[in-house]
Design a protein around this ligand. Sequence first.
Ligand code: AMP
Ligand code: MG
Length: 360
Amino acid sequence: METIIYTIDKDHMDMEKINEAGAILAKGGLVAFPTETVYGLGADAMDGRASQKIYAAKGRPSDNPLIVHICELEDMDRVACHIPESAYKLARAFWPGPLTMILSKGENVPLSTTGGLDTVAVRMPSHPIARAVIKASGTYIAAPSANTSGRPSPTMAEHVIEDMDGKIDMILDGGKVGIGIESTIVDLTGKVPMILRPGYITYDMLTGVLGEVCVDKAILSENADKNFRPKAPGMKYKHYAPKGDLTIVEGTPEHVAERINALCTQAKAQNKSVAVIAARESAGKYHCEHVFSIGSRRNEESIAANLFAVLREMDELHVDVIYSESYYDDGLGQAVMNRLLKAAGHHVINADDETFVGGE
Ligand code: AMP
Ligand code: MG
């Protein structure tokens, strides 16, 4: 299949191209487009056969449900039912924006879109291109991240082209996305709202609107990947992993730098190519040929925005071994650490642990 690639300026959208994208979606085709979080791979959420094509293009397991994207608040009632008051409160506070709500599924949403579940994930994105494409399609759009399943999510059209060229009908290139990490997912079908995936909308922001909110323990723990059926089914799959072997090194900054440098020396002695992922403030401490500054610890948003692109660069360099510093795990940092821990398969070393004798 030849993939059409169009560049779209989000401030001066070429509506002919947007309408062409909408028409492809309305006919059951696949279009990748930017959202404020990451690039999405869209299909008509209300057409079971169209959403099945997403699974094939991504190589995504069919029990991993898709998020349904809408462009007006009224659309929530068309894809979900028994909607609690909390959903309207959150929608007023954070939509359009990077928040996904799990609600009871509306009858007309096919089970192949929700991975067989009787609940549906709904989000109203704020990115002008995403909104225009949904509107032009005249339907609601299932859109997971536009990457091959297991790879880091795409934050630039180049990433989408890498994974999807030749497999989908169209890619809309709207430049680098703003946030760089997928939406926060909150489940509103239980007694207490529960965060299933951390994202840009943080725990504090949600409790500010709803009062009590709980957090799925799976978010920062390894068990999430081992449970047979966690609350958010996608959590059990390997995610974001670079091809090289990624390890997170946590602890006091001096110990982390010492330990990573020792590990780099050791890997080089074994003829392995090594890369280090570090915050801008500490990147200068590492003696390694490939040191990636991921952003500033004083600005968590910069770390979130660069994370996936840096993980993809590791693959381009074909490094064997990667060591990363650890980042704060509160606020937006919780979303960053959730993705980084998954990418590392939860392989974490504590540099303050003195039993290290150089043989890890
Ligand atoms: P992605 O679109 O790739 O960011 O992944 C969407 C994720 O949303 C899935 O992997 C699930 O973890 C979550 N999700 C979607 N629908 C549901 C649902 N009905 N119940 C729980 N989690 C869901
Ligand atoms: Mg994804």
